[in-house]
Write a protein that binds this ligand. Sequence first.
Ligand code: SF4
Length: 400
Amino acid sequence: MHNTKTGPLTFGSARINAGLQHAVKKHRSEIIAEISASGMKGRGGAGFPTGVKWNLAAAAKDEHKYVVCNADEGEPGTFKDRVILTEYADLVFEGMSIAALAIGAKHGIIYLRGEYSYLRPLLEAILQRRRNEGLLGENILSREGFTFDIEIRMGSGAYVCGEETALIESLEGHRGEPRNRPPYPVDTGYLGHPTVVNNVETLAWVACILAKGAHWFKSIGTDKSTGLKLFSVSGDCEHPGVYEFPMGISVADLLKEVGGEDAKAVQIGGASGHCVPASEFARTIAYEDIPTGGSIIVFGPDRDMVDVSRNFLEFFVEESCGQCTPCRVGSAKLLEGVEKLSKGACSMQYLRELRGLGETMQLASKCGLGQSAPNAFLSIVAHFKDELMGRIAAAPGEKE
Ligand code: SF4
């Protein structure tokens, strides 16, 4: 595992349960105020402020509330949650307990990616130890009425279940399809009760923020993107692995750290993210510029970008839940077009139509999967014209 430049990851030096010990001395509203003051935004990629989410769930009037940890890490190119769960699971469970105290939940569920089933015995053992130590169960750390426990439920390998409403459908035993919103899970979530769904990394940072204070987290990163972030780096670079960087790092600086300076493009945010060309490597990885859940795929100078686009589209055709037409049909049609492009059988007019189709999918698909499925294709069309033009079967007199 790699770090910025010095020593172990922040999670490695965190004092386990220090955050929870601070939290039990606070009023619920003070815990949420601390998280809000830190500027913490969800590390899954969407960047919704964690304090706002908790506030809404805390305000909901219901005796049954739930804290769900989204451990369905399925974005292509991301593996940092697996590292957190393997090495720092206590921090994740601690973060869930803090969230439960803040919103008034008694039940926690960790929705674990099906492919990570080998981690289940380890996680069950840690949960049992925490029960034995009085960190789960009734009157936790002697706080009167603070009752909370966590169970592990397995995902079944559907990418769309990373979307929180599809995840909740799956938890309820239904087909994993996104729900219409509103209502939002903080109001009507698991089994119809208020539910906070947070990413693995978000919850681990929550534990650190309660231990070290909001000012510590806020002093790192940018005004709008505070704190540190873990990244899964793969592809054409000398040192792939899990890295920790402050939010706001430029793409160029990140590439320098991982030995990928000669890259011609970087896919930031996995298949649903953005393909950033070398001309834009001065841009920053931050919610106000290029947001990401942490997947960084480096493309070296010899990569065929049409092939990259085809690869991502194959993934979306496979993973679309099929519920809405723009995503179900659009992904297949885009893939068909990119395959024609690969074979030199795509005209300029056809390419324009594919671009229009991609833009329609971004607007008309029901959930983030379909809305982001054409992203890589559209950025490749915008930034790698030379590679595309060599394959266009231009009709006589046809212009771009
Ligand atoms: S956008 Fe795709 S994944 Fe999302 S609901 Fe529509 S078909 Fe399903």
